[in-house]
Design a protein around this ligand. Structure first.
Ligand code: GLV
Length: 320
């Protein structure tokens, strides 16, 4: 049986599949695979290991008739038309858990870097503008006693709250359901979204992208933020109306923002590039040796299970 992998991933995952005697074919170029290549290679594949850079819409799904599983090497799966894949009896899997620690580490890194203006400081030193210690040089925000608002209290949101709590903050969170684990570990309190936006000094977004979360943080909601607020997004760019966020950052209506994701990735809103009060990262939330290797292995195990008529380990759809 053929497994097509749309980009080079951890060798350990490829090895695992080869050991199971699957015929593994990998797209070797270090760029997102063009749709035509994906169709050409996916046409006769029994399984596809894919990345979030590939869009599996109806048109593409219709062209991979043999495929029984799309194993996305990501926790998010907004790049796949799940409803249509389900209709076509294709199992879709993601890679939860294994990237939780890495992604919440990065959320905290962005929170700290924004609060303490690390990148501004770095640029100052590199450009020879650091002329010695000054009492008011790059004053930032101390985390102790600040309110940290977690939007989306799943696994990554919970771990980000736990990390933030270690800095003596107070946690509030917005989520569909109560998260007893988060509450127990951090003393966090569930609040309505508007309350969170008004009350929080630091806001970290951890929502999946779907119809209900697209532009959830819109102009009206952005207008509720404190002038001193720090906003960090490590989930999906489309959750925020980016144009509106750029406007309020330009007008210095909030203190700072940290982005790991963008609305039109990899295109960056040119307005953002000119601003000093933002930190811009290239979607590296799960980019650690540990997480990326575990994600690839989990995807491979999902493929192996499904092709051997066993249950997928981390399915996101139910076929029956
Ligand atoms: C990365 O953005 C992921 O969804 O895993």
């Amino acid at each position: 049986m053929k497994v097509f992998v749309t980009r080079e991933i951890s060798e350990k995952a490829i090895h695992l599949l080869k050991k199971e005697k699957f015929r593994v074919s990998v797209y070797k170029k270090d760029k997102p695979i063009p749709k035509s290549e994906l169709i050409k290679n996916g046409r006769d594949a029994d399984a596809i290991i894919a990345l979030l850079t590939e869009k599996f819409d109806k048109e593409l799904i219709d062209k991979i008739p043999k495929c029984r599983i799309i194993a996305n090497v990501a926790v998010g799966y907004n790049n796949i038309d799940i409803e249509y894949a389900t209709k076509k009896k294709i199992v879709v899997t993601n890679t939860p858990d294994v990237l939780t620690e890495s992604t919440s580490d990065l959320a905290l890194a962005l929170i700290l870097a924004c609060s303490r203006r690390l990148m501004e400081g770095e640029r100052m030193v590199r450009t020879g503008k650091f002329k010695g210690w000054k009492p008011k040089l790059l004053l930032g925000i101390e985390l102790k006693n600040k309110v940290v608002g977690i939007i989306g209290a799943g696994r990554i949101g919970t771990e980000t709250a736990v990390r933030a709590k270690a800095f003596k903050t107070k946690i509030v969170y917005f989520s569909r359901n109560r998260n007893y684990e988060l509450e127990k570990k951090t003393g966090g309190v569930k609040v309505p979204l508007e309350t969170l936006l008004k009350k929080s000094d630091i806001i970290s977004i951890h929502l999946p992208l779907n119809k209900g979360t697209y532009h959830l943080i819109d102009r009206k909601r952005l207008s509720l933020l404190k002038r001193s607020a720090v906003l960090v997004n490590t989930s999906r760019g489309e959750v925020i109306d980016e144009k509106e966020l750029v406007k309020i950052l330009k007008q210095k209506k909030i203190f700072s923002a940290g982005f790991d994701v963008y609305e039109n990735e990899p295109t960056i809103n040119p307005g953002l590039l000119k601003l000093d009060n933002v930190i811009l990262l290239p979607h590296i939330g799960s980019a650690t040796e540990e997480a990326r290797s575990a994600m690839a292995i989990l995807a491979a195990k999902n493929v192996s299970n499904v092709l051997k008529d066993k249950k997928a380990l981390t399915p996101v759809n139910k076929l029956r």
